[in-house]
Design a protein around this ligand. Structure first.
Ligand SMILES: Nc1ncnc2c1ncn2[C@@H]1O[C@H](COP(=O)(O)OP(=O)(O)OP(=O)(O)O)[C@@H](O)[C@H]1O
Ligand SMILES: [Mg+2]
Length: 476
C-alpha cells in the first residue's frame, strides 16, 4: 500500500470516528431535549385540566367536571388513555379504549388519593401508562375529590421516535457528505505531502544510478523544504566527492605511470646500450632520468603515507624553537636558481624582529617548500613571488605570520577554501594545468594543524594568490 493511500485511509478512518461521535452527541442531545419537551407538555396538560376542575368545584359548578373529563379524552386521543374524577359521592371515568376489558382494567385503578403522585405501569394490553393523580382541596382545606389522568407512555415514545427519526436522517445525510468531503480533503492533503517525497525518492534513485547534477525543485518553508535543501546540498557534495575521486584516480595513475614508464624505457635503453656499447654519456643520461623518476615516485608515495599518518594522529613531531627567518632564507636560496631559470623573481621580506616558533623544523621546511613550489608552478614568466614574515596581525603577538604571495593565475573565493582538500585541483581554465597530485596543500594543512597554527588562502582570479599561515611563538 503506498503512502498516499495509507495517509488517506488513516485520516478518513479518524474523521469517520469523529463524525460518528459528533452525530451521536447531536442525536442523543436532541432526543433528550425532545423527551423533556414532551414530558413538560404532558405535565402542563395535566395541570390545565386540574385547574379547570378545581375552578369548577370552587364555584360549585360540579357538572362542569363531567364536561371537562368527557371532552379531554376524545380530544387528546390516543395520548390520553383515560381520565377520571372521584370524590366521596361521585365517580366519572372516560376511557379511550372501546374494548371493555381494557377499559375496566383502567377503571380498577381509579381510587381516591390524598396526595399528588405519578406512576408508570403496564396496561392489560402491555402498553406503558404514565398516570397522574392529584387531590383537589378547597380553600378551607377540605378534600373535594381526586383527578386521575393516564397518559400513554408508548404513544409519547413513538412521537419522540418520530421527531428524532427526522433529525437522524438529516444527521446521516450531513455525516455522509462530511465523510466524503473528509476523504477528498485527506486525499488532497496526502497528495500535497507525498508529492515532494516522491520527487525526493526519484532524485535519490537517480543518484543511486550514478547520475550527477541531481536537484529537486521544492521551495517550501516547512520540514519538507528543509529536507529538500539538505538533499540538494548532499547531492552537490556527492558530485564534488565524485569529481574528487576522478581527479584522485587520474592523479594517482599519472603520478605512478609516468615515472614507471620512464624507468621502464630507460632500463631498456641501458640494456641495449651495454650490448651495443653506447657512449657512457648517453648511458649516464638514462641513469639520471631513472633516478629522477624514482625520486618522484618515492616523494609521491611518501606524501600519501605522511598524510595518512598525520590524519590518523600517528605522526611524531620533534618540536623545538625554530628561527623562521633562517628557514625562509635557506629555502628561498634553494629556489632562487629555479626562479631565475623560469624568469620569475623571488623576494624575501622580513618585517619584524621575530621570536622563534615552536615547531618541527623539517616540517616547517616542507610547508614553505610546498607553498613556494606552488607559487612558482602557478605563476607565468616575468611574474614575481614574495615571501614575507611578520608578527601576526590576525592572531596577535603569540604567533608569527608568513605570506607567500605570487602574481600568478590566482584563485576564486570558493577554490581558495577547497584547495586544502586532499587531491583537489582547480579545474583547468585558460591556464594549462601543470603537473601535480593535489596533495601538497593537504600536507601543508595537516602540518600546520598539528602545530596548532592556521593556514588559509586568498586570491583573485588572474591576479595572483597569497597563501598565509601562522605558527605559535615558543613559550618560556
Ligand atoms: N599559488 C597558487 N596559485 C594558484 N593556484 C594554486 C596555487 N597553489 C595551489 N593552487 C591550486 O591548488 C591546487 C592544489 O594544490 P596542491 O599543492 O595541493 O596540489 P598540486 O600542486 O596540484 O600537486 P602537488 O603539490 O601534490 O604536486 C593546485 O592544483 C592549484 O589548482
Ligand atoms: Mg603543490
Amino acid at each position: 500500500m503506498n503512502l498516499r493511500l495509507q495517509f488517506t485511509l488513516s485520516v478518513s478512518v479518524l474523521l469517520l470516528f469523529v463524525i460518528i461521535f459528533i452525530a451521536y452527541v447531536i442525536f442523543s442531545s436532541q432526543k433528550t431535549f425532545l423527551t423533556l419537551q414532551f414530558e413538560e407538555s404532558r405535565e402542563r396538560s395535566f395541570k390545565v385540566v386540574f385547574h379547570a376542575c378545581e375552578e369548577a368545584l370552587k364555584s360549585n359548578e360540579e357538572e362542569q367536571i363531567d364536561n371537562i373529563i368527557n371532552a379531554i379524552v376524545p380530544i387528546h386521543k390516543p395520548a390520553i388513555a383515560y381520565a377520571s374524577f372521584v370524590s366521596g359521592y361521585k365517580r366519572i371515568f372516560i376511557s379511550r379504549d372501546e374494548d371493555s376489558n381494557v377499559a375496566s382494567a383502567f377503571l380498577e385503578r381509579i381510587k381516591r388519593s390524598y396526595q399528588y403522585k405519578t406512576e408508570t405501569y403496564d396496561s392489560l394490553t402491555g402498553e406503558k401508562i404514565y398516570e397522574y393523580s392529584a387531590p383537589i382541596i378547597s380553600s378551607g382545606d377540605k378534600y373535594m375529590g381526586t383527578l386521575i389522568i393516564g397518559f400513554s407512555q408508548d404513544y409519547m415514545d413513538s412521537q419522540i421516535r418520530e421527531g428524532t427519526s427526522i433529525i437522524s436522517s438529516k444527521i446521516k445525510f450531513v455525516a455522509v457528505i462530511a465523510f466524503f468531503l473528509a476523504v477528498a480533503g485527506a486525499n488532497f492533503m496526502a497528495a500535497r505531502l507525498i508529492k515532494p517525497i516522491s520527487l525526493l525518492s526519484a532524485a535519490a534513485e537517480k543518484i543511486g544510478e550514478g547520475e550527477k547534477n541531481v536537484e529537486v525543485d521544492i521551495s517550501r518553508n516547512d520540514e519538507i523544504g528543509s529536507l529538500a535543501r539538505s538533499f540538494n546540498e548532499m547531492s552537490r557534495k556527492v558530485k564534488e566527492a565524485d569529481e574528487l575521486k576522478d581527479s584522485f584516480v587520474s592523479s594517482v595513475s599519472h603520478e605512478l605511470r609516468s615515472p614507471l614508464a620512464a624507468i621502464d624505457g630507460y632500463c631498456d635503453l641501458l640494456i641495449e646500450g651495454i650490448n651495443n656499447q653506447y657512449p657512457p654519456q648517453r648511458q649516464l643520461k638514462g641513469l639520471k632520468i631513472i633516478k629522477e623518476a624514482t625520486l618522484r615516485l618515492t616523494s609521491f608515495i611518501n606524501n600519501i603515507l605522511d598524510l595518512a599518518k598525520m590524519r590518523a594522529g600517528k605522526f611524531e613531531m620533534k618540536a623545538s624553537g625554530v628561527n623562521i627567518e633562517i628557514v625562509i632564507k635557506e629555502i628561498s636560496q634553494l629556489f632562487e636558481s629555479l626562479a631565475l631559470a623560469q624568469k620569475k623573481t623571488l623576494k624575501v621580506v622580513i618585517k619584524d624582529e621575530l621570536s622563534p616558533v615552536y615547531a618541527d623544523i623539517e616540517k616547517v621546511k616542507q610547508v614553505i617548500t610546498n607553498l613556494l613550489g606552488n607559487a612558482l608552478k602557478f605563476t607565468k614568466e616575468n611574474g614575481s613571488i614574495t615571501i614575507s614574515a611578520m608578527k601576526s596581525g590576525a592572531y596577535g603577538d603569540d604567533f608569527v605570520e608568513v605570506w607567500i604571495a605570487d602574481t600568478g593565475v590566482g584563485l576564486s573565493r570558493s577554490d581558495a577554501e577547497k584547495v586544502f582538500e586532499k587531491f583537489y585541483q582547480v579545474k583547468e581554465g585558460e591556464f594549462k594545468k601543470p603537473k601535480g597530485t593535489g596533495l601538497g596543500l593537504s600536507i601543508v594543512y595537516e602540518i600546520i594543524r598539528l602545530h596548532n597554527g592556521r593556514v588559509w588562502a586568498e586570491g583573485e582570479l588572474g591576479k595572483g594568490s597569497v597563501f598565509k599561515f601562522v605558527l605559535p611563538v615558543m613559550r618560556g
